[in-house]
Design a protein around this ligand. Sequence first.
Ligand code: SF4
Length: 745
Amino acid sequence: MTQGRLTGVITPFRQFVLKVHSRCDLACNHCYVYEHADQSWRGRPKVISLHTVERVASRIAEHVKQHDLEQIDVVLHGGEPLLAGHERLAAISTALRTALDGLCRLGLHLQTNGVRLDDRFCEVFAEHGIRVGVSLDGDRAANDRHRLFASGRSSHDQAVRAVERLRNRPELYAGLLCTVDVANDPIAVYEALRDLRPPRIDFLLPYATWDNPPDRPSETAYADWLIAIFERWQADGRPTSVRLFESIIRTGRGEPSLTEAVGLEPSTMIVIDTDGSYELVDSLKVAYDGAPATGHDVFHHALDEVGSHPGVLARQGGVETLSATCQECPIVASCGGGLYTHRFRAGSFDHPSVFCADLFKLVSHINDQTKISPHTVSFSSLDSLAAGFGGAAEIELLANAQRSLRRALLAALRPKTPDRVWDMFTRLDQHHRDALEAVLAHPYVRVWAVECLQADGETTYLANVAAAAMIRAGQDVTLPVAVAGGAVYLPTVGTLRGVDGETVTLVAQQGRVTVMREGAPEWHAVRTVTCGDFSLVLEDADPYRDSHQWPAAGTLSDDEAAAWQDAFERAWLLIEKEYPQYADGLRSGLTTLTPLASAGHDVSSAARHAFGAVAMARPADPAMLAMLLIHEFQHVKLGAVFDLLDLYDRSHTGLYHAPWREDLRPLEGLLQGTYAHIGVTDFWRTRRHAVEGAARDKAEEEFARWCGHTVAATETLLASRALTSVGERFVARMRETVTSWQHDA
Ligand code: SF4
């Protein structure tokens, strides 16, 4: 068989798929191990012996030493690895960890169908640091299409129970692996997986070759299926990592892929079977009988010997080892010719993927959607934001990207939007775009839309959004709208209070807003706080105002609103005078100030999906209000950066010490806190020179404290190894800013 053109260069292996059991307790009819051409499993030991494991461990250790590797990963695989039993899995893990102790970091993983996953297995995973992925094809209907017991019984309940167990031990939960079947409803599959809150979802194209092509109802059925999910995932605000999509996005930016399924990175993976034989990538079993065999094993051959096998080199040679068609393809850097197995035809791998048309469409679509064309973040913009600041231009760029995100959310809601409301959006978009954009930009419209999509909620509130835009555009409107808490809320416009029920027909004519019902509801225009030409919505009515962990204040009295106006005016004058490095950014991106119920001390927050809003209880001292505005807007900025760029591996579940908290924080939380505290440190740094006496002593103390905390936190982030290359650059720049202040502290 021809296995591609060779380069003769050996790349060390870094990922080892170790078959610990060669049988399975399910009989999935799409399985590449049992249901395809290669039947070598029949001659293998059912379970790997400890003697073989010792050899495997010492071969890996030898390889690590030879290539001076800092980290390797071992995936305990099968068949079904849990069939090996609790004790054997524990012994295998011990042997691997013992052999590699002091040589390199070892990531231990396990991929299971979940059927046998019990609490005792969880204890074994916890004790040996094993992270677990579960294979699940989506909702019950999708999963039952293939993932059945030999008797035909469903495995769905067991798999979901396994996931529930892992969700209770998040440090063990690696994610879900779903094999694509275009006969399933893509959105039902996506939602079922998403709702199990996995740190990562892997979508796997079914194993097929040109000789055995996949079932295909249309030329690009697989692309269309994945694009439907991609659109929804984008609209949901990318609630979890999806390895395939993220790999395409990354390769589009010239970064490495996260999967062998796409991209041009050399493969560094080798399979070791239960008898100790080295095998090529497992999916080759679908090509022809004996396709994965190398003729080498752990008892007689070092890993470097198998590293020069033609089948290994063929997956490591980059673009030169691809077919002529792929080499000329405009998207080859992202696609990489697809999975090696998918290229097989008539004894050769020198072909494009059997999913070529799908890959071309999917990669092109994702590139188009995420090319960041109008939102490209130049390194200078990114550096400016990373330094902790960002002027009007940088914040405008983030705001523009938010506009696209809101449009995507609206598009995702289209199927559930009544035609009448949708027509209104279309007309507004054509004739009154500014009014529509202003309402859509209200921070809590996105909060509502994300919640609605995630909970599959009802969409009457979209009529309130449309009506608000019509009123802003000076148009008359009569429309059934949603009532919440006895009021009709119209974002950025105002509230009609004293309305019962769940829906009511709103009538807005010549600027007068009322409802088609008995009684006289009171109209309250939206409140604002203003200083000079800078104005914010003082949001005390939006039923979807998200203030993170702190309760929002209720409707403000006129006196309370006046107190906010006074405090804001003083705070803003202080920011413009003492903190001009933040003023332009705040002016460009901050739109909404949401009062929180006072907790007896200064509380403040910013919600992840509420771009442009900060929330806080009104502090007694306007200087503190200035500090909270700066602090919380840091969170707003970084949240918008997260929407544009992957700064860290979203599937990473490590927890870290944040110097300002007692509990451990996930990476995103630590990054958010650190970025926000650059603003806090800077606030106290400047404050020291604006006050006297005891206030100055306090400012010095606070500056030294926050400077130390923030430098330490940036070091923790940089040592985490969970940052992407862009993330490392970003945090390094953050660190540069605070360390430059250290000599002052
Ligand atoms: S899209 Fe087709 S031709 Fe282009 S790189 Fe992928 S498999 Fe090759």
